[in-house]
Design a binder for this molecule. Structure first.
Ligand code: AHG
Ligand code: MN
Ligand code: MN
Length: 319
């Protein structure tokens, strides 16, 4: 079933002269509880600053490694600093965690939210000028350990590509905002919905050498006329599924090429967005949203996409 496209793409249905009258992010959030608004606006403001850093900052290594032993770029560190400064300024965040830091950071003891983020997902794609993103999740709790993705009160991401966009779901279908020259975020897609369609975004293909079930699924996609859409960045790959309203992103593992994507920073927030768009998520046993956060370093097998495609992923890979 194809998702309904009527009224989804607001920006394109308006003549350019009417853009100033489109809803902006602050207006869109008017009915959201005020403190949650502050957290969301802190991430939106960070995205603007990160966008500007990406345009001009060097793509050199920072000379440091993150908790996962991955080399940090100067840009990873800059994006992380921007987000922590904005979250602190919001005054309502108790605890914040980031892929670039080893521990949760206590921000405001009276804060009622905890947040997790990947400040710059796909940062190694910046030097080749491919799209990258920022991912975030917001829980109404003082800490993250023991929570699951079901406890998220909102999640979102920003995509830094030819356009800069900010996507947010607050217990409803995700909406897309596009950054305008005057710094405003204008609503460009009101409601993103995922239906069925033949598109695949296959992460970790190296695993196929050992993971013959994944190889069989790859054959299925190839033999059945699926469209390959893989950018190397999880954010634009998921954004494609949400905008086109179809498809699947997968990142399973094998013995020598284990699943590397992280539950709290990447998978849980994106699963929240995909499930709120009518899609599904899986770690091969259950929805990603039902996986308990036991440590901030937790990695997971992940499939995100339409209901039928995620079911097919489970069927092929469960032996
Ligand atoms: P990060 O840059 O935050 O470390 O993560 C990048 C992720 C994700 O965006 C992408 O889907 C995946 O890494 C690609 O993995 P491979 O490099 O293993 O192909
Ligand atoms: Mn990442
Ligand atoms: Mn990152």
């Amino acid at each position: 079933m194809k998702p309904p496209f009527t009224f989804r793409r607001i920006l394109y249905s308006f003549p350019i002269i009417l853009y100033p009258f489109l809803v902006n992010l602050t207006e869109f959030l008017a009915k959201t509880e005020p403190n949650l608004q502050k957290v969301i606006l802190a991430f939106a403001e960070s995205a603007k600053q990160i966008d500007s850093e990406i345009r001009t900052h060097s793509t050199d290594k920072a000379g440091t490694k993150n908790e996962f032993g991955e080399e940090q770029l100067a840009l990873d560190v800059a994006a992380d600093k921007i987000i922590f400064a904005e979250l602190e300024k919001s005054g309502v965040v108790a605890t914040a965690a980031s892929e670039e830091q080893s521990e949760e950071k206590a921000l405001n003891p009276d804060g009622e939210f905890s947040t997790a983020c990947d400040p710059l997902d796909g940062s190694s794609l910046v030097d080749v000028n491919l799209a990258v993103g920022t991912i975030f999740g917001i829980w109404k709790s003082k800490k993250l350990i023991g929570e699951t993705g079901r406890g998220l009160v909102a999640a979102g991401y920003a995509v830094y590509g030819p356009r800069t966009t900010f996507i947010i779901a607050i217990d409803s279908a995700p909406a897309e905002f596009t950054l305008q020259e005057n710094g405003e975020w204008k609503l460009t897609i009101e409601k993103m919905e995922i239906g069925e369609g033949k598109m695949f975004s296959p992460g970790n293909l190296r695993a196929c050498a050992e993971n013959k079930e994944y190889l069989a699924l790859l054959d299925f996609w190839a033999e059945n006329g699926y469209q390959l859409r893989y950018s190397g960045g999880m954010v634009p790959d998921i954004h494609q599924i949400l905008v086109k309203g179809k498809g699947i992103f997968s990142y399973p593992g094998s013995e020598s090429c284990p699943a590397k994507l992280r539950l709290v920073y990447e998978c849980a927030p994106l699963a929240y967005l995909v499930e709120h768009a009518g899609g599904a998520s899986s770690d091969l046993e259950k929805s990603i949203l039902d996986q308990e956060i036991q440590s901030l370093e937790q990695r997971t097998v992940v499939a995100l996409g339409s209901q039928e495609e995620v079911e097919r992923f489970e069927k092929f890979l469960t032996v």
